[in-house]
Design a protein around this ligand. Structure first.
Ligand code: SF4
Length: 842
């Protein structure tokens, strides 16, 4: 059992106690206190969980973590683990067990104090383990009943595995292995038992389809244009904000969605850092900021472009940084739009890196970058008969169309505020932007993020202490040996021909790009795609009816499990051993197996082995292989050994720090950016869609060289939908659920009992709606019937609903029926927030 440091077990850290922030939110919303945590309610809620008598009961002092020596002691700590929720904060817990049952989850140490965090979700996880929604046995839909009717028969594991093997073999024989789709959800971020773990080994030997690309990575896709970070590696370590003069929280709400990041921000604020929030919603984070600026949704990109233009017009840019660390002086060929390169004039031997030309002001000729101390930043020239212009000149011309006056009209902000923000970016010592996934969920999200990255580069606010993006920090220091785990004997690979956003169309048409592409079965692996993917109608009416078999593997009865033909019960975080290369923290952390799987649940290692062997893949899944064998595959190779990471050490120490520069926070581009030139790119030479799926990119290609603003597809005031549906609708992240995880946690439902539709006082009054009225929210795609809450923090025209609810928790319909079904052909992401609706009283 890895114990780490156990000092200070009597105190705990919590991101939001119900006595403080919940009340604050109620005050913000102006709503009546709807279901505060009462002692009666608390006891009732905890009463449904086995062993709940040992849970603390000091309500205001935070219900889950109150250390009461009479109730729980250090001796009852049976192990340590890590929350593997998709909130990505990787909180570590000490797990108290009494009489074989988990009674308490207590925040445990990492190497630094503020990484010792938690939230009510993590602390109440045992309520999910012992909750009424727990799937106990393998279940099969009763023959002849409708999917979703809730008619199940209990079957044995042997029966289940036999049927799964027969079904998959039959499909593979008739249609090919790609006719089975693996849908990897985000319900578990363990390395072996989770999303990137052993089921990828199974999918690889089977040769199944795996839809390409995660579904919501527009943020990274936009930032990558400038910083070259790929889709997920754009953020600095959370503690980097201690070196920031300003933190701009732009379209995110870390108080709720990334609470451990917020704790670092609070500490920075105590040291004098100013926090500025730009958001359409007066969020909990906005309320705690030094400055808050509302903006019309989806216009963030315009704001950033106008600020950049203002900065250049007023000579406020960081010229020294631009010259040294960006591609500003690189010459762009006017004939092709490509950068002028050494390879334009000579053939380079294989393996020799290409080089870029800049203009030498003394010699008045193009020279290779790095051979002249002060290349020109601006101008157009001719070299060897080729007309060229500097990247900086092209960017400057592009930005000139975005004026502060126009930005004020587009964003709804005043010109004075825009100029104030521009000057702050230009004059602040070190600005970090907390960005996360707010803008990501709009159709024009990547352009917004791209524009903010350009603003950051022009003002020198990337690649140094306290400057850059924060959000979800992924540690690049250690690469686990994925090939070792996934590349089993007989490995065929998983087919990633089409993106997740098109799965329903491929299933509906049984073809892709004009060629037959049969899809007959899907395996939802800790994935609640029925609930979480936008446009639920696509899922229910185009995907499901075209599947012969839907297998759900989950620990709880989610929407997806309800629509399945068979369900396999999967072990919880604390019922198996695992480890996680912590998202957001510079550690790899171990998970002890603290209790045995309840009922007939099994862990991923066992289930993958059973299915693999039943399909005949005995070399990939030998009967004698255990967790240790697979873990050692992932923890092998020089990269892992360089850090001295091993399973034995993880078991012994609990967590291992992963830093390349001891004592320094991880900063993206500290030495150089991960671009071809090592510099921040102001011009995208070879733009490419995030996922290629046969779309025609030729028309957009020239436009994608330089950052630009594109009104969003549906939320934009100029959209067709705006003529019919006056209200924009976002499904916001909430502190009570991570996507749909914890959807039925009894204690959290005491705090947030049901789906509530929030609207502004003006919009409600226009429709004669008062607090708690039952309303129908609708658009062309679907509807939901819920109670309405009047929310003064919302501007007129904007509505919101905390996300994560299941269909049976609505009075009728569901919020995911309403959401936007298409994707931008370049960012290829789900655009949940790009949704318009109207509402009427029921
Ligand atoms: S849900 Fe997130 S913040 Fe809460 S305990 Fe889990 S990892 Fe930590």
């Amino acid at each position: 059992m890895g114990r780490g440091s156990e000092k200070d077990l009597q105190k705990f850290s919590i991101c939001g106690c119900p006595g403080s922030q919940h009340e604050e939110e109620e005050r913000m919303s102006g709503s009546e206190k709807r279901s505060g945590l009462t002692r009666r309610g608390f006891l009732k809620a905890t009463g449904v969980t086995a062993g709940a008598t040992a849970v603390g009961s000091n309500l205001v002092g935070c219900v889950f973590g109150t250390a009461n020596a009479e109730e729980s002691s250090e001796e009852e700590i049976a192990g340590y683990g890590v929350c593997r929720s998709n909130c990505m904060q990787s909180c570590r817990y000490a797990v108290h067990v009494r009489d074989g049952k988990i009674t308490r989850l207590e925040p445990a140490d990492y190497g630094e104090d503020l990484y010792r965090g938690s939230c009510l979700r993590g602390m109440s996880y045992m309520h999910r383990i012992y909750g009424e929604n727990r799937i106990k046995y393998p279940l099969r839909r009763v023959e002849g009943t409708e999917r979703g009717a809730g008619e199940w028969e209990r079957i044995t594991w042997d029966e289940a595995i036999d049927e799964i093997a027969q079904t998959f073999s039959g499909i593979a024989e008739k249609y090919g292995p790609q006719a089975v789709v693996f849908d990897f959800g985000t319900g578990n971020y363990g390395e072996i038992q989770g999303q990137t773990g052993i089921f990828n080994r199974l999918g690889g030997v089977m040769g199944v389809s795996k839809p390409a690309g995660m579904n919501d990575l527009s943020t990274g896709y936009g930032i990558d244009r400038v910083l070259g970070t790929g889709l997920m590696y754009f953020a600095n370590e959370a503690k980097s904000v201690l070196d920031s003069s300003h933190i701009v929280v732009w379209g995110s709400n870390p108080v709720h969605s990334t609470p451990q990041n917020w704790r670092w921000m609070q500490r920075a604020k105590e040291q004098g850092t100013r926090i500025i929030t730009i958001d359409p919603v007066k969020s909990a984070t906005a309320m705690k900021s030094d400055e808050y600026y509302p903006i019309k949704p989806t216009t963030d990109g315009y704001l950033a472009l106008a600020m950049s233009n203002y900065i250049i017009e007023n000579d406020l840019q960081d010229t020294e940084f631009i010259e040294a660390r960006t591609t500003a002086p690189f010459l762009v060929r006017q004939d092709t739009g490509m950068l002028l390169r050494k390879s334009d004039f000579e053939e380079l031997p294989e393996g020799v890196e290409d080089e870029f030309y800049v203009w030498d002001p003394e010699k008045k000729t193009a020279v290779l970058h790095g051979t002249v101390a002060n290349p020109v930043l601006e101008g157009s020239y001719e070299y060897e008969g080729i007309a060229v212009t500097t990247s900086y000149t092209l960017l400057k011309e592009q930005l000139s169309q975005y004026t502060v006056a126009d930005a004020a009209a587009e964003t709804g902000m005043s010109e004075g505020v825009i100029e104030h923000l521009a000057r702050m970016f230009a004059e602040g010592d070190a600005i970090s932007v907390n960005i996360s996934f707010g803008m990501d969920h709009y159709n024009n999200g990547y352009q917004s993020c791209w524009a903010i990255a350009i603003l950051m580069a022009l003002t020198g606010n990337v690649g140094r202490d306290g400057a850059g993006f924060t959000g979800i920090y992924l540690n690049t220091a250690l690469n686990l040996n994925i090939v070792g785990l996934w590349g089993a004997p007989g490995f065929k690979g998983m087919t990633t021909a089409f993106p997740m956003t098109l799965l329903h169309e491929v299933a509906r048409d049984q073809e892709y790009n004009g060629e037959p592409y049969p899809i007959k079965a899907m395996v939802a692996i800790l994935s609640n795609s029925a609930s979480n993917w936008p446009s639920q109608t696509n899922y229910l009416e185009e995907l499901l009816p075209n599947l012969d078999f839907l297998l759900a593997m989950d620990m709880e009865m989610t929407d997806t499990a309800r629509y399945a033909d068979m369900i396999l019960p999967i072990a919880s975080f604390y019922e198996n051993e695992d480890f996680r290369k912590a998202h957001n923290l510079p550690y790899i952390v171990h998970q002890d197996k603290v209790i045995d799987p309840l009922f007939e649940a099994k862990d991923d290692v066992e289930i993958a082995g059973l299915i693999g062997r039943a399909l005949g893949y005995t070399d990939a899944f030998p009967a004698e292989y255990t967790f240790d064998d697979y873990a050692n595959m992932l923890l092998s190779g020089p990269a892992v050994e360089a850090f001295g990471v091993s399973l034995d050490r993880l078991r012994e120490e609990g967590y291992i720090e992963l830093r390349t520069e001891p004592g320094k926070p991880g900063i993206v581009g500290r030495d150089k950016f991960p671009t071809e030139s090592g510099l921040a790119q102001l011009y995208t030479e070879k733009p490419a869609p995030r996922v290629m799926y046969g779309q025609d990119v030729t028309e957009r290609f020239p436009k994608e060289h330089l950052v630009y603003y594109q009104p969003s597809a549906e939320v934009s005031e100029r959209s067709e939908a705006a003529k019919t549906y006056p209200l924009t609708f976002i499904q916001e992240h909430t502190r009570w659920r991570t996507h749909s995880q914890w959807f039925n946690s009894p204690i959290l439902r005491e705090l947030d009992p049901e789906p509530l539709f929030k609207m502004s006082p003006e919009d409600a009054a226009d429709r004669g709606i008062v607090n708690r009225d039952v309303v129908e929210v609708f658009n062309d795609r679907g509807h939901m019937v819920v109670q309405a809450i009047i929310d003064p923090s919302l501007p007129k025209g904007m509505t919101r609903m905390p996300k994560g609810w299941q269909r049976d928790q609505f009075i009728e319909g569901g919020y995911q029926e309403l959401t936007y079904p298409h994707n931008d052909e370049w960012s290829v992401a789900f655009n949940f927030y790009d949704t318009r609706v109207d509402v009427k009283k029921r």
